[in-house]
Design a binder for this molecule. Structure first.
Ligand code: GN1
Ligand code: MG
Length: 350
């Protein structure tokens, strides 16, 4: 995939004067770095098979941008740049595009190396939901219906077992059994959905470390990738941090012997998150901090294996066993997370 001169032109760039390079590791949207003289921009084409209503994304970003400007003017927020038509999102040729200014001096990480980084990310994502605490989260539009509805994810897994690729089902026998044996994790989510002390909050829903920009001193600058910003529960954001920071290697690792939960990182994430969150969480919510990790790791294992069985229709695959390996990786992580439960207890005063 390359970027057409027309797309660049609509965002005010002259194709002959800029340098365009692919950026990042995400498989969903196509992302590019656009270097224009001394300035750099991030250009994205939105995957409309996943985001069926991209206008909802633009609506949400505009909503919180206005809310933050009014209520937390010091909070650093990167709004999309405007096109030559004054829009933050444009439909051009075959898809929706938008551009963000590249934050100077920032870098993104693909794994968490130490407690300080884990604390910082926990703090930034906690703060993000906290500064939006006064916004009625239901004013945010749903960019992907049922995105973190674990009950539905389990149903999709069951459907894949009925209608999916038979050879892949046979190949995944052990992993299928493991996920079925851990269905209690999905069942518990039902009690959360009916508990009115679990607030629907402005939730990021993709808190992997690469979605936080760091400065040269490894301090967080701002959270990015707000496509899945929607009403949700705090367990999504905290849980995805556990899922993606606890282990020293990422979900892409295929040497599964390297997968292990680091209890010190768990504690740093929780400490940072609670600091950022202030006193936002209810007692019932704070009681489910450990569950947040079960919830997200289990859901991601389900999603990867479901997609493998469905011939990679959702994520695509960089190599034939990509989603299978990622499911194995997440199952290994979940096993270790469960085995280390006792080591992951933390005193919470609220
Ligand atoms: C997708 O494309 P990316 O990396 O931002 C997915 C997340 C998963 C992640 C796992 C919209 O995110 O939910 O956690 O892959 N986003 C969507 O790699 O499905
Ligand atoms: Mg994302």
């Amino acid at each position: 995939m390359s970027v057409s001169a027309n797309v660049l032109k609509i965002f005010g760039f002259d194709a002959s004067l800029v340098e365009v390079k692919p950026l990042g590791e995400g498989l969903i949207n196509h992302t590019y770095m656009v270097q224009s003289g001394n300035d750099a921009y991030v250009l994205q084409k939105i995957n409309t098979a996943v985001f069926k209503n991209p206008v909802a994304i633009a609506h949400n970003i505009q909503l919180i941008s206005g809310y933050l400007a009014a209520h937390s003017p010091d909070y650093y927020f990167v709004a999309p740049a405007s096109s030559v038509h004054g829009s933050q999102m444009e439909y051009i040729n075959d898809g929706y595009y938008r551009v963000f200014p590249y934050v100077k001096g920032s870098h993104a990480k693909s794994v968490v190396q130490n407690e300080e980084q884990a604390y910082e990310a926990g703090y930034q994502f906690g703060l993000f939901t906290n500064v939006l605490n006064g916004l009625d989260a239901t004013d945010l539009q749903i960019t992907i219906p049922d995105f973190h509805n674990l009950t539905l994810r389990y149903e999709q897994f069951c459907n894949a077992l009925l209608y999916g690729n038979k050879d892949r089902i046979i190949q995944s026998e052990n992993q299928i059994k493991f996920l079925q044996d851990h269905k209690w994790i999905a069942d518990f989510f039902e009690t959360i959905k009916t508990n009115s002390n679990f607030k629907l909050r402005a939730t990021h829903h993709d808190t992997k470390i690469s979605n936080l920009l760091f400065d040269e001193n490894d301090k967080g600058i701002c959270v990015i990738d707000l496509d899945t910003l929607m009403p949700g529960y705090f367990i999504s954001d905290l849980g995805d941090m556990f899922r993606t920071y606890l282990c020293a290697v990422s979900e892409e690792e295929t040497d599964f012997s390297k997968i292990s939960v680091r209890p010190n990182i768990y504690k740093a994430i929780v400490k940072g998150y609670l600091k950022g969150a202030g006193n936002m969480l209810s007692k019932d919510e704070a009681d489910q901090i450990y569950y947040a990790g079960l919830f997200m790791i289990y859901m991601q294992a389900l999603r990867f294996l479901t997609d493998f069985i469905n011939d990679d229709v959702y994520y695509g695959a960089k190599y034939p066993l990509h989603n299978y390996n990622r499911a194995l990786n997440q199952i290994k992580l979940l096993e270790d997370y469960i085995n280390k439960k006792e080591l992951l207890q933390i005193e919470i005063n609220n």
